[in-house]
Design a protein around this ligand. Structure first.
Ligand code: ATP
Ligand code: MG
Length: 595
């Protein structure tokens, strides 16, 4: 995954290609600005030449013999130089700032969209906090780099080129000594940069881990409090934070070495100009004005170069961020053919096996089929693979072997968003979003009318409790629906699944947190709204599934038995024993349901 710095930068440029007009003109104005920035030094040299050489000065040679006019001219040129410098600074600043804003916005949107499209397998390998830190911090680093950092790099390059050229033009014999240090500095910086690169990637990774830990820990704050594990969490944060600190420290230690070295190398250039240039001037081989310009300019060279360490460090940091961001775009995405096919509700599993991350298989050779409009149920011990089966049905994961068909189309050939639009899924752990109740019910189906929302809530036995809330359907339910009880959340999740009038309704333990009376109410309305649509039910409470057309008993990822409630009761097998257990009767074969 590790890429060299230059390649990250090239990739960044490639990414910014659509905005190249902005960054090319910004680069041009930045360069011009560095040129205008050197003008005052040159004008100072001309001023020295004017007052020392008077009638033989450069200005006099150009035809401006009057000393007064010479001074006025100098003043005017200084004003023009400063004016141009300010103007070019304004022009490059707004362009870089513009680019920074466009790029950060586009990068964030595209990265977010990519994460949304990524497969659950690749997504679940990422830590949420780390993704957060990429989408926030790393993009902000890039934004700051474009706003300020890149101009600093141009300053180093531009100043070296301009100062070097002026030196060669005015005094080639000194120029050699001043220009020689430049490649030495650049070489040593590159050597350092190679050394620093992994340190900075390490810093970004450690920062990501801190973010990941914080996000996770804050989500579990209630559990931490109830288990009095505050100290433990603090220690974990301390560990992550210290790792970040150490990573930064390592990088700073090396980075800080660079400045003194560079200063020393530049000093040699200044000394040569001062001493050798002074000697030439005394021997009248060099004009006093030229000597002044050279002295001023070597100083000007020193300034950006002492900053080169910071610039490099910043560049490292930003490229590490860019690399993390670009790596995000390499997460595999769900295949999504564009063919949104309406489905009728026939589901076929053909010898489907599945294992998560190459672990022991969670599903073994499942083969079954439902007709459109049939209601089927899956029961079985916890960990038997019921939710896994539904995750395959929703296309969250692809089977390790075997095939899943909707009508006669294999799931791989279908557009997953297109398919999911036709499925109403209530997951075992429903997730509600910050917002009102109505917004949560119509989530993903914004075209729902208020009447449809109320109808769905009634069918989910939720209307009454909603009406008792202070703001009714406009009540805000807080982050993740934290202002609601478990059973209330489940009923909203059911309403959300049925409001979209799905062809296939899938309920995974959707009533596990409601009381028996509410469950009965939900069951009744489900049998009404379930008419004419395929329904897949998963429930531990068998009363929920006993009316299904077909019940499958899953055991360790395989179908152990199947049939209607009555048929299954006739065999003294897993289902019959589970039923007896729930009815409070004596078990004939407890070993069938207890491992
Ligand atoms: N994301 C995952 N990564 C790895 N293994 C998983 C994952 N989700 C589930 N498993 C494993 O797959 C097996 C089946 O889990 P699944 O959630 O399908 O069981 P279940 O029948 O729904 O159980 P329950 O009744 O408790 O909800 C279990 O052994 C579980 O450990
Ligand atoms: Mg489950």
């Amino acid at each position: 995954m590790k890429k060299p710095l230059a390649s990250s930068f090239l990739q960044l440029l490639l990414y910014m290609r659509p905005f190249r007009r902005i960054y090319l003109s910004a680069t041009l104005y930045s360069f011009l600005n560095k040129l205008f920035d050197l003008m005052p030094e040159i004008l100072l040299g001309i001023a020295v030449n004017t007052v020392v050489a008077r009638e033989q000065s450069w200005l006099a040679n150009l035809g401006f013999c009057d000393l007064k006019i010479q001074l006025i001219l100098l003043g005017l040129m200084t004003m023009v130089a400063y004016g141009l410098e300010s103007l070019s600074e304004y022009l490059f600043s707004i362009r870089w700032w513009n680019l920074a804003q466009i790029v950060q916005h586009n990068f964030r949107m595209q990265a977010f969209e990519h994460v949304q499209k990524s497969t659950i397998t690749s997504f679940s390998k990422q830590k949420t906090g780390n993704l957060l830190s990429i989408l926030n911090d790393d993009i902000n680093q890039l934004e700051r780099f474009l706003e300020e950092g890149i101009d600093k790099i141009i300053e180093v390059i531009g100043t070296s080129i301009f100062v070097g050229s002026i030196f060669f033009f005015l005094a080639p014999q000194i120029a050699i000594f001043v220009v020689i240090p430049i490649p030495i500095i650049i070489y040593s910086t590159f050597r350092f940069q190679k050394k620093l690169s992994p340190y900075y990637l390490n810093i970004r990774e450690k920062a990501g881990l801190v973010g990941a830990f914080l996000a996770n820990s804050l989500l579990g704050l209630l559990a931490t409090k109830s288990l009095v594990a505050e100290q433990l969490e603090k220690k974990k944060l301390e560990k992550a934070s210290m790792a970040y600190k150490d990573a930064s420290f390592n990088a700073i230690r090396w980075g800080a070495l660079l400045v003194p070295i560079i200063r020393f190398v530049i000093l040699s250039g200044i000394l040569v100009t001062l001493i050798y240039g002074g000697k030439l001037t005394i021997e009248q081989k060099l004009d006093v004005g030229v000597y002044s310009i050279l002295i001023f300019l070597t100083q000007r060279l020193l300034w950006p170069f002492t900053e080169i360490a910071d610039i490099m460090i910043n560049f490292q940091r930003v490229m590490a961020s860019t690399q993390r961001l670009l790596n995000l775009f390499e997460l595999p995405t769900e295949n999504s053919p564009d063919n949104i096919v309406p489905i009728k509700g026939r589901i076929t599993f053909d010898d489907v096996s599945f294992s998560y991350h190459n672990h022991t298989p969670s599903l073994h050779n499942l083969t079954f089929a439902t007709e459109p409009g049939q209601h089927i149920a899956f029961v079985g011990a916890t960990g038997a693979g019921k939710s896994t089966l539904l995750h395959l049905l929703l296309g969250f994961y692809l089977p390790t072997s075997g095939k899943i068909f909707f009508d006669n189309k294999e799931i791989r050939e279908l557009s997953l968003p297109g398919l999911r639009k036709q499925l109403g899924f209530v997951s075992q752990e429903p997730f509600l979003f910050e917002g009102t109740i109505a917004e949560n019910i119509s989530y993903g189906y914004v075209e729902a009318t208020p009447e449809q929302i109320i109808e769905a809530a009634k069918n989910a036995a939720a209307h009454e409790f909603i009406m008792r809330l202070p703001e009714g359907y406009d009540t805000i339910i807080g982050e993740r629906g934290q202002n609601l009880s478990g059973g209330q959340k489940q009923r909203l999740a059911i309403a959300r699944a049925i409001v979209r009038n799905p062809t296939i309704l899938i309920l995974d333990e959707a009533t596990s947190s409601v009381d028996n009376a509410t469950e009965l109410a939900i069951q009744r309305s489900l049998s009404k709204i379930g008419q004419g649509r395929t329904m897949i039910l998963i429930a531990h409470r068998l009363s929920m599934v006993k009316h299904a057309d077909k019940i499958f008993v899953l055991k360790k990822g395989s179908i152990a038995e199947q049939g209607t409630h009555e048929e299954l009761l006739q065999h003294d097998n897993v289902y019959a024993n589970l039923w007896k257990l729930q009815m409070g009767e004596t078990l004939t074969h407890p070993e069938l349901i207890i491992d």
